[in-house]
Design a protein around this ligand. Structure first.
Ligand code: 13P
Ligand code: SF4
Length: 340
């Protein structure tokens, strides 16, 4: 029934409406989307869209990022605005600003903030103001290298796992990294310790990816000696190192698509995506490293999508103030420019 309402509304609005979905959305949502992708692909699409109404099926920071780069005539909606990203909430803008300002003032060093796209708009604003930028899991290496060239050190936030995994790939020495103890930054000691560091790391994480364990990889390798294990880089570094490949959700899809028939592939990421890959590639043995749903992604349902589409003209839409938008847009545009 909700499916029919969504189809009717799509018909009614035609090209004036675009529905975007992240790969972690359930199949019942994905089937209604005009575009699906990883965070980078979706961010890139916004600028190209001509639709007046853009409905973002994903978590709140994704819709908010779309609101930062939207055109004047466009309205951005999310079917449930309470669909937040737990990791994004681990780095509130006021705290990022306070920590960054304190380190810059007390060390005299030029610290470039690099925010994972999984952050509130106001954090992107802080990055824009301090000459920093944004990255996604698909371009973290490129953006970290870029940020390193802009100053004396980089503050990567909020995902410590993505930071460590990217630092490992780029060969940043462990002694040149520092996992910030945000609570004790009230003392002098931590700030002094940052002096000779190249990479300062915010201690955030994604509970959905942190849940995977080394023992799960070991068990699969024992049971299927020829299997390949691929994971999202929000997983802890030891898992990424023990895997055969790590990358964004689109990377994981591409890997499965290109794997030979009959291969066994164990995937460490959100379960909706793993289940979809299982259905898409029945000739391959696709196994979840463990069951791990993102409950926030799951807040988007056919019911709330249908209800939103029925009330598009009057529904609340995502927006950000000009004060937030301009520096945040600058931070996002730096990323889109470096990665075009
Ligand atoms: P991707 O950028 O790989 O799509 O990941 C976004 C995300 O939230 C993963 O947890
Ligand atoms: Fe955020 Fe993790 Fe959910 Fe991705 S899977 S949206 S990082 S909570």
């Amino acid at each position: 029934m909700y499916s029919d309402i969504i189809a009717e509304q799509k018909e009614k609005y035609g090209k004036r409406l675009a529905i975007l979905g992240h790969h972690y959305q359930s199949d019942e949502i994905i089937k209604h989307t005009d575009l699906k992708g990883d965070s980078l692909e979706l961010a890139r699409q916004i600028e190209k869209l001509e639709a007046d109404y853009i409905v973002f099926c994903g978590v709140h920071f994704m819709a908010e990022s779309a609101a930062i780069v939207r055109k004047e005539n466009q309205k951005i909606f999310i079917p449930d605005a309470s669909a937040g990203c737990v990791m994004a909430n681990m780095a509130p803008a006021w705290l990022v600003d306070k920590v960054l300002t304190r380190i810059i003032n007390e060390t005299g060093r030029k610290i470039i903030p690099l925010a994972y796209v999984n952050t509130p708009a106001a954090v992107k604003t802080v990055c824009g103001k301090h000459g920093g930028t944004v990255c996604t899991s698909a371009n973290a290496e490129k953006m970290l290298r870029w940020a390193q060239e802009q100053g004396d050190a980089v503050l990567f936030l909020p995902d410590k796992n993505l930071a460590m995994n990217t630092a490992n790939t780029l060969g940043i020495a462990p002694e040149k990294r520092m996992l910030l103890n945000i609570r004790s930054l009230g003392t002098q000691i931590d700030v002094k310790e940052t002096m000779d560091k190249e990479l300062l790391i915010w201690p955030g994480l994604c509970a959905i990816h942190q849940r995977f364990k080394m023992s799960q990889i070991e068990d699969f390798r024992e049971k299927y000696p020829d299997c390949k294990v691929i994971v999202h880089p929000e997983c802890p570094p030891e898992l990424v190192e023990a895997s055969d490949g790590a990358g964004s959700t689109s990377y994981l899809i591409k890997y499965v698509n290109e794997a030979p028939e009959g291969s066994t592939i164990v995937i460490g990421t959100e379960t909706n995506l793993v289940n979809r890959l299982k259905d898409m590639f029945p000739e391959k043995n696709i196994l979840p490293l463990g069951i791990s749903f993102c409950s926030n992604m799951a807040k988007i349902t056919e019911k709330n999508l249908a209800e939103l589409l029925q009330n598009l003209e009057t529904a609340a839409y995502e927006d950000v103030s000009d004060e937030i938008r301009e520096p945040a847009r600058l931070a996002l545009e730096r990323m889109l420019e470096v990665c075009k």
